[in-house]
Every structure is written in structure tokens, then in C-alpha cells.
Design a protein around this ligand. Structure first.
Ligand code: ZN
Length: 273
């Protein structure tokens, strides 16, 4: 599943290559996604200039003067540059055609989404899918104080709270395990019992972990785009994730694995308290 670092790398790539170009045509080939692609999208986008490419959580926001195209890659989607005459593959749902090349959405499992948010409806952050998302991990609003204040009285385990995305977006399963290790926090700890100082460390660890993943993604973007729809986590040099039974890289104790809400959590019982 594309995670926030992967979506951020796609965003940066599109921002550099597509922003400022005028749409020459729109092809809706298979409208069935998580929700149907809006039928009037070709009219909305015809001859419009793509102003910029933003991101909110795992949603790409393609800004046009009359609104935003909201793109989610779901479980298996790719949204990438192709030559105008590139051969079609199965599950090619949508093309945004520019003068040289096109952006093609391919999504075999159809959990992705492609929606239109008109400028008349206000900023895209007010869209129902985006309005309840937690803060962005790289925004100034995200820090230890926010985590501390948002979790007072919460009995939910900190790992599960991070995965929920309700306080901060983008901390997927691997990043949650890695960030909690770096911050020295046991994943099963009730979120409401963690101190402000420890949340300061966790906020720093989350940003560092995601930054490394984005950097790793930037260096492997070429492989990623050409990999025929293959998606997943960028290659991180993990301390704990997927290392059950292996020695901790800090203390040599065996890494443990537990399941929280059906998701595997990896941790070190010695380093995380
Ligand atoms: Zn350890």
C-alpha cells in the first residue's frame, strides 16, 4: 500500500514535471474506483492549467483555477508519467493528457479514488474525506505538546493511536514501530500515560523516520515508477520492523513481535519501556 513517504515522492515528482502545464484532454477509461470517477471531469479539466500539486495525508491535491483533483492511490494505485502513445495495460483507469506525455492512473484493486472538489466549495481541506485527518507530521502544528494534549485520558495503546491517523497522519505500521523504538516507548503503553518529554522525543522520531523514508524514496523513484505498479514501503534500514528474533541493534536482546488490532508490532523489551 502506498504510504505517506511514497505519496510525497510522487507529489514532488509531479510538482516538478507537471505543474504549469495545460491539460489537452482527459480520458476516463474505467470509472469504477472506490467511488466512480465523476462523469463531468473531462469538462472540468479541459484546457485548464495544472497550477500546483499538493498533498494532504495520502491524498494528492492537483490544483486548477476552478478546483482540485483529489487522487488517492488506495492499495495498489500508481499515478505516473507515460508517453502519449504508451501501450495500455489492464486497470488503466484514467489519463490526464498534456502536450508532451500524460499522467495515467492504474489501480488493479480499485481502492483508489479520483474526485473533484470545486473551488466554489472552499479549500480542499474541507472535503469530507480530508476534514477529519490528523495534522501533517512535517507541519509546525505537529510536536510533543500536540501529542501530549491530544492523548490525555486515552487508554488506547500508543501504537494503535498513531496508526489511526486521528492525531497525526502518515505514521503507517512500519513507521510506528520504528518511531516508537527510536523514542524508547513501549508500543502497548496507554497513550494517556506517556509524558510530555517522551512525546517530544516521539515527535522528533516520527519526523526523522518519515524523512529517511522520503529520502530513500527519492533515490529509488526511477525504479518505483518503472516497476509496473509495484508499491510498498521504501527500503528503510529498520531497527525493529520485521526483525522478530533478531538481535536488537542497540542492546542485542531479541526483537519481539506482538499483534495490536491485527497489525504486527515489533519492539525491544530492553530499549523500550
Ligand atoms: Zn534493544
Amino acid at each position: 500500500m502506498p504510504e505517506l513517504p511514497e505519496v510525497e515522492v510522487v507529489r514532488a515528482g509531479l510538482s516538478g514535471s507537471a505543474a504549469g502545464r495545460r491539460v489537452q484532454g482527459v480520458t476516463v477509461r474505467v470509472p469504477a474506483l472506490r467511488w466512480p470517477i465523476p462523469a463531468d471531469l473531462p469538462n472540468m479539466l479541459a484546457r485548464r492549467v495544472l497550477l500546483q500539486v499538493g498533498r494532504r495525508g495520502k491524498y494528492l491535491l492537483l490544483a486548477f483555477e476552478n478546483g482540485w483533483l483529489i487522487v488517492h492511490l488506495g492499495m495498489s494505485g500508481t499515478f505516473s508519467w507515460k508517453a502519449v502513445d504508451a501501450p495500455l495495460r489492464a486497470h488503466d483507469h484514467f489519463d490526464l493528457v498534456f502536450d508532451r506525455g500524460l499522467l495515467r492512473l492504474n489501480d488493479p484493486r480499485r481502492f483508489g479514488a479520483l474526485l473533484w472538489h470545486p473551488a466554489s466549495a472552499g479549500p480542499p481541506e474541507t472535503h469530507p474525506l480530508l476534514a477529519s485527518l490528523g495534522v501533517e507530521p512535517f507541519s509546525s502544528a505537529f510536536n510533543g505538546r500536540l501529542l501530549f494534549e491530544a492523548t490525555r485520558g486515552r487508554k488506547l495503546a500508543i501504537k494503535s493511536l498513531l496508526l489511526s491517523g486521528s492525531v497525526v497522519v502518515g505514521v503507517g505500521n512500519i513507521y510506528a514501530s520504528e518511531s516508537l523504538f527510536r523514542a524508547g516507548i513501549r508500543p502497548s503503553t496507554a497513550a494517556g500515560r506517556i509524558s510530555h518529554a517522551r512525546y517530544d522525543r516521539l515527535a522528533d522520531a516520527i519526523r526523522a523516520t518519515l524523512s529517511e523514508a522520503i529520502a530513500a524514496g527519492g533515490s529509488t523513484l526511477r525504479d518505483f515508477v518503472s516497476s509496473e505498479g509495484q508499491t510498498g514501503y521504501f527500503q528503510l534500514d529498520c531497527f525493529v520492523y520485521d526483525r522478530a528474533g533478531d538481535p536488537c541493534r542497540v542492546c542485542a536482546a531479541p526483537i519481539r513481535m506482538l499483534r495490536q488490532q491485527q497489525r504486527a508490532t515489533y519492539w525491544c523489551a530492553h530499549c523500550q519501556t
